[in-house]
Design a protein around this ligand. Structure first.
Ligand code: ARG
Length: 291
């Protein structure tokens, strides 16, 4: 099996200095004198956890004035070596588009990716956090209604030539699909029901058998644990409540927790601090065995 390959960003310039989601409060950040040091430690710990689980991690540099560059899951959607670059909804994050594009061109030049493309003009979509590739089912779950648009989902269906199952997000608190849903390699789906519209819940429950759905409770959702990295049976996430640990244990997953509290103050955690670069649309042998 090829080594799972992830992109992360150096957290040197990470901070919370604007507010574009309800998790962010610059005053709370400024009052927390150890937040910067904990951010460095948390990012290092996440990187080590991914490596220990068998992944390799590629780092891109930080840039002053672009604190949310630490969330590369929002930079692009990648499948089969092809990247579709994001376009951000908020002006605060648009400055990230150029450095991410430079980083992706470098990945293409090194042969890590074979194609880097941009969304049609004017179309807003915030990347892999709103386009979750379901490895067990072979389609994208597409979040919309908060940051990404239906036009962005359609652009994904066209570019990747894959089905995109639209799920509308109901609240600004869970503004990217990766904050409230995580398809896992064993075919399970970890999700937080109150984050979805009734129609989205209906769609989800029509497409996924009840025994494969794992409901996160409010404590797990507020700890941003659904925003997890998954390599086979290992699930890496922010500090988790015992309820979630038990639910994952019962399905045979091994939980690895990392202190990501400074990033949670920005509304992000393990999944969006990393971007998987080697996902393929081919059904995976190890997955078939796990089912
Ligand atoms: N502060 C960032 C924002 O609001 C956090 C992004 C986290 N990314 C994610 N996919 N959940 O855009």
């Amino acid at each position: 099996m090829a080594t799972p390959h992830y992109l992360m960003t150096d957290p040197a310039h990470f901070e919370v200095c604007y507010q574009i989601n309800p998790w962010m409060d610059p005053a709370v950040w400024r009052a927390d004198s150890s937040a910067c040091a904990r951010a460095t430690a948390g990012s290092d710990a996440l990187r080590r956890a991914i490596e220990t689980a068998g992944g390799k991690v590629e780092m891109i540099p930080a840039e002053a004035g672009l604190p949310d560059l630490v969330f590369p899951a929002n930079s692009a959607t990648v499948l089969d070596g092809r990247a579709l670059m994001a376009r951000f909804a908020h002006p605060e994050r648009r400055g990230e588009e150029a450095p991410f594009l430079t980083a992706f061109h470098a990945l293409r030049d090194r042969g890590v990716l074979r194609e880097v493309a941009e969304l049609p003009p004017g179309v807003v979509h915030e990347g892999a956090g709103d386009a979750l590739w379901d490895r067990a089912r072979g389609w994208f779950w597409g979040g919309h209604g908060q940051r990404s648009t239906l036009a962005g989902l359609k652009a994904h269906a066209d570019f990747f030539d894959q089905e995109v199952v639209a799920l509308e997000l109901a609240t600004p608190h869970f503004y990217h699909l990766d904050t409230c849903m995580r398809p896992l390699d064993g075919g399970h789906i970890l999700y937080y029901p109150p984050a979805f519209t009734d129609q989205a819940l209906k769609t989800l429950r029509e497409r996924v058998a009840p025994d494969l759905l794992i409901e996160a409770d409010q404590a797990a959702a507020e700890a941003l644990c659904v925003n997890a990295v998954n390599l086979g049976e290992t699930v890496i996430m922010a500090k988790a409540p015992p309820s979630l640990r038990a639910a994952l244990d019962a399905r045979g997953y091994r939980l690895v927790e990392v202190d990501l509290s400074p990033f949670i103050m920005s509304g992000g955690a393990a999944f969006c601090m990393s971007l998987r670069l080697d996902l393929t649309s081919q059904p995976h042998a190890a997955l078939a065995a796990a089912e």
